[in-house]
Ligand binder design. Sequence first.
Ligand code: GDP
Ligand code: MG
Length: 595
Amino acid sequence: MKNIRNFCVIAHIDHGKSTLSDRLLDFTQSVNERERMDQQLDDMDLERERGITIKSHAIQMHYPHEDGEIYTFNMIDTPGHVDFSYEVSRSIAACEGALLLVDATQGIQAQTISNLFLALEHELEIIPVLNKVDMETAMIEEMADQMIELTGCSREDIILASGKTGIGVPEIMKAVVERIPAPSGDPEAPLQALIFDSVFNPFRGVIAYVRVMNGELNKHDNLRFIATESVYEANEVGAMEITPKPQDKISCGNVGYIVTGLKTSSEIKVGDTVTLEDRPGKRLAGFEEVKPMVFAGIFPLDNDDFEPLRDSLEKLQLNDASLVFEPETSAALGYGFRCGFLGMLHLEIVQERLFREFNMDVITTVPNVTYRVTDTKGNVSEIRNPAELPDVNHRARVDEPIISAQIITTTDYIGAIMTLCIDKRGTLTKQTYLSPERVELHFVLPLAEIVFDFYDRLKSISRGYASFDYQPKGYEETDLVRMDIKLNGENVDALSALVHRSKAEQIGRQMCKKLRELLPRQQFVIAIQAAIGAKVIARETLSAMRKDVTAKCYGGDISRKRKLLEKQKAGKRKMRQFGKVEVPQKAFLDVLKLD
Ligand code: GDP
Ligand code: MG
């Protein structure tokens, strides 16, 4: 145990975590050149393109230190986005130390701070690393001062590094041995292993990543997963180097993987404790059932694709236990699914994976958060769908989820960000200067307001110089209404939205205006209306089309005329019909980009 070091790398998105992790791997020559890809730690295409790490991984390295001993390093990669913060907290709980990586051209950002606080809560030893020092725009001394201020470290503690050139990598390896404590734990005690991640492998089933806190985990042990109350034999256990290396056991204090043979990821819960069936240990602290926060309907573009869509969602769920779905019907869109996501990024990822991996073209309805509705008899239920909101006579109160948010920005943008957050029904609770130019703002905000165009607006008003992070903070009473969109009097249920009463008119007006731009002109006038119940709160009119598209062919050229008509027909397949009005798929996707 004394030669084991378990650590994670915490950083804001794009501060160079994946690049530096690759460098550390290169350094210990764990990397077989043939297996090497550009960014080994991000193994999904989508991750590579977006430059984010969706699933965390644990990589084991063997490092010969100058004291003549060989050390086993378990480096745990953590996801870098707010939607996945529970996974980050479990990865941190599996470690004794953390590399706190800060981009020397960017400085401390919202996620640097929230992840640092998580690490400090778990009493991790922090190694401050200032990254990208090779860049001309690096402001080393200024950023070092920020880190000292934030962590209370001294200037000598800070390692200057570059994942690009490899500067600082030997110093980091040395610091991991010398500054991060070896794990403690009792090898003789009953087994307690923390699951901090799981992945689905089509050939092997679910693979769980664990950190053994006490006892040890042997191949062929009968394992009990405490939260799911299931018992399985460990078919294979081992250490994850770049490829899996099967072993006889995972020793006390160490990190490894278990091939469970389970067929769905929902049978393994991140944060759960693995113990032995015949000598059970207690559940480790900190387990939480991760609940989806944002819901939206997902409908196939073509009604015949309902079953294939179900198939695709089931396959996605195999390696994404936080995705939930159930069948839903819409008068406008037919059969589809109501899906639950951890947040907006998670929703986007699912939508994109459906398209790329399964070739599924889908329509996503207006997303909403979950609301708690108390009826007149005092019964509380959760609603996930605009159609489920009981009318005013049948509800006593509605509560909505609240978050506590941190935004870090430069002083120039404080005013604009305050205006945005207040418009989003937020309250400023704290304002801290990190340096004369940089400020950390704390807000309490309704989660529902983040779901509507928050990120885009924050980004545009701050020209990208603002970082954002949040944590859930319970529920508070709200004044909720359902806003419907009507086309020539016909309700388009897929465009209904749950909104705060004070926002209904503004959002209604924006949606109508946007729809007027998005809908193609048709043979007749179209009235676009937003309404609460019978009361119309906004209205736009789209005038009729003037000319027949084939008119410009002068009658003579038959083949050109046919081509045009065919093109029109193909376009129609991407349309949805409401009464007589046709709505293109793009309208459903773009109507929420309100500006
Ligand atoms: P992550 O989101 O924290 O994993 O960040 P990545 O490792 O994906 O890096 C984000 C971007 O910064 C990529 O374009 C990298 O090529 C670049 N980058 C990472 N580390 C360095 C560095 O040390 N120096 C320079 N110049 N660029 C870097
Ligand atoms: Mg990364």
